[in-house]
Design a binder for this molecule. Structure first.
Ligand SMILES: CC(C)(COP(=O)(O)OP(=O)(O)OC[C@H]1O[C@@H](n2cnc3c(N)ncnc32)[C@H](O)[C@@H]1OP(=O)(O)O)[C@@H](O)C(=O)NCCC(=O)NCCS
Length: 147
């Protein structure tokens, strides 16, 4: 499944080891830790792709935890660009658990995170700027803008 996901243009951004500090009272990965890892990974992926860092998270959609992770699991976080508009970029982010003993993969979450570019604290239409266009040729921009 890891290879299947990579074939869908997802890139591995982060790997995290589930440690005792990340667990809830029943020994599963705490959802708040997972969301924090996803938010950070998606931000790092986005700034690397677009060359702009002043962004805030505005929304997380499709936040449903499909299967648990347990202590010692290796959590792999993968991202791809879903949509770019004027000031906003939406990243599709998956987290999967790879059980190295059985080589089984299970999906924890598959969600959409939208970031908004800011300038002086207000939404900034960075994706319409010459600065953005100068960094990417038109084909790259077309490839990035799926919708
Ligand atoms: C993000 C923020 C700057 C948006 O301000 P706003 O005045 O409501 O912005 P607008 O309505 O003009 O929308 C700006 C962009 O955000 C997008 N947006 C707004 N709400 C959205 C939502 N719920 N989901 C997805 N995109 C959204 C708009 O589509 C627009 O995108 P575009 O410019 O690419 O078309 C403001 O809500 C904010 O500062 N929120 C707090 C962010 C934060 O602190 N995050 C950290 C977590 S606490």
């Amino acid at each position: 499944m890891e290879n299947d996901v990579l074939n869908e243009n997802f890139e591995i951004v982060t790997r995290r080891l589930v440690l005792p500090r990340d667990l809830n009272g029943h020994g599963n990965l705490y959802g708040g830790s997972m969301l924090s890892w996803i938010d950070e990974s998606s931000y790092l992926y986005a700034i690397e792709k677009i060359g702009y860092t002043n962004m805030v998270t505005v929304s997380l959609e499709n936040v449903r935890f499909r299967s648990p992770a347990k202590m010692g699991d290796s959590v792999i976080i993968l991202c791809r660009i879903h949509q770019i508009k004027s000031s906003s970029i939406t990243i599709q982010t998956k987290a999967i658990v790879h059980d190295t003993k059985t080589n089984q993969i299970s999906e924890i979450i598959d969600c959409f995170i939208t970031f908004v570019c800011l300038k002086e604290g207000k939404p900034f239409p960075y994706f319409k700027t010459e600065e953005f266009k100068a960094k990417f040729n038109q084909k790259d921009i077309n490839d990035l803008i799926l919708k």
